[in-house]
Structures are given as structure tokens and as C-alpha cells.
Design a protein around this ligand. Sequence first.
Ligand SMILES: [Fe+2]
Length: 216
Amino acid sequence: MFQLPSLPYAYDALEPVVGETTMRTHHDKHHKTYVDTLNTLLAEAGRRDETLEEVVRKSDGKLFNNAAQAWNHAFFWESMAPKAQPPEGDLVKAIEAAFGSQAKLKEKFVAEGAGHFASGWVWIVAKEGELKVISTHDAANTLTEEGLTPLLVCDLWEHAYYLDYKNLRKDFLEKWFDGVANWTFAAAQYSAALGKGQAYRYPKPDGQTAPLAKTA
Ligand SMILES: [Fe+2]
């Protein structure tokens, strides 16, 4: 069984950029439903002992959608932090090399997310050490493309911002980028992309790896 990861901060910690009600609904209802459905589908299919990353890479249809959405949301919670600090060190150099400046990265990130049609996700990714901004549709994510390491993601589904911003997705993205984007997490992911340390992994399933009981 995969577990719903706890938020790494309080429900109201991202106020006023992301409201407490949004966080409670988003985590406790939307994310939980993806995880619950994922577990049901895996049980029905008799699949066990896989990491969520493996499930995402080896699935399609309904199972892919729920597995990828479970992963994306967990990664999204890590992509935000209260009192977020600006980027430092190697990450700053990579941002300047790819975009010119942090302000230009923001411009590109907001334009990509605001211009993305319907539901999906906007990402900052590293590929062969170079940073890019991309967006993916619906549940699609970076796990299915070889060599991509995600640094940060923002949820573009309306449930992520509608209570706080109504239809103003661009406003949400600007405030998100300036106020809660977790550059400390992004820097760790960038290091992993360069081969230093481990990139984010979803918590392993529990209750499936115990040795079989000995028969008499
Ligand atoms: Fe979401």
C-alpha cells in the first residue's frame, strides 16, 4: 500500500499565497483520492513491491493517471515552502546560463503555466545539466522521459488555485514563484541531476515487503 505523504508544513503555512482551505482540500481530498485509487487498482491487478516511480513508468490508462497524480502531488508539496529562500550557488549559475536571470526564469515559467491549455503541470527541469521550463498535460510527468530531473513543479489544475484566485492562473503563478517556490529543494534536485545525491523518490509502499510466514 502506498501512503498519502504528510505535508512538510502546516496547512496554513503557505498563506496568503495558498490558502488553508485550498491546502486541506487539495491534500486531504484530491491527493488522497489519487493514492486510494492507485492502491485499489494495484490490488485488483495483483501488482506488489514496486516503487511508485516504477508503477508510473510501466503503466497506462487509469493506473498511470492515478499513479502519476499521486507522485506529482507529493513532489508539488516539496516544491513549496513557507518563508522560501532565493536560489543559491550552482543553481543560480544554471539559472543565469539558461535564462539570463531569475526574473527571466519567472517570466518564462509564468508564461508557460498561464498559456498551458486546461489541466496539467508546469515544471523546471534539468536535462544534461541544462535547465528548461516545460509543461505536461493532465497527469503526465517527467518520469517517463529519460534523463529529465524535475527541480520544481506547480499544479495547473483549477483545484490548485480556484478558491484563492478564481480564474486568474497567471496571478497565482506569479505569487507562487515569488512567495513559496522551494529553491532549497530545487537546489538539491539540481545536485542530484549532476550526480551528487539522490533525487526525490516517493515513499516506498509498506506492508508488502514482509517475508512470507513459514509454513509448518
Ligand atoms: Fe492538484
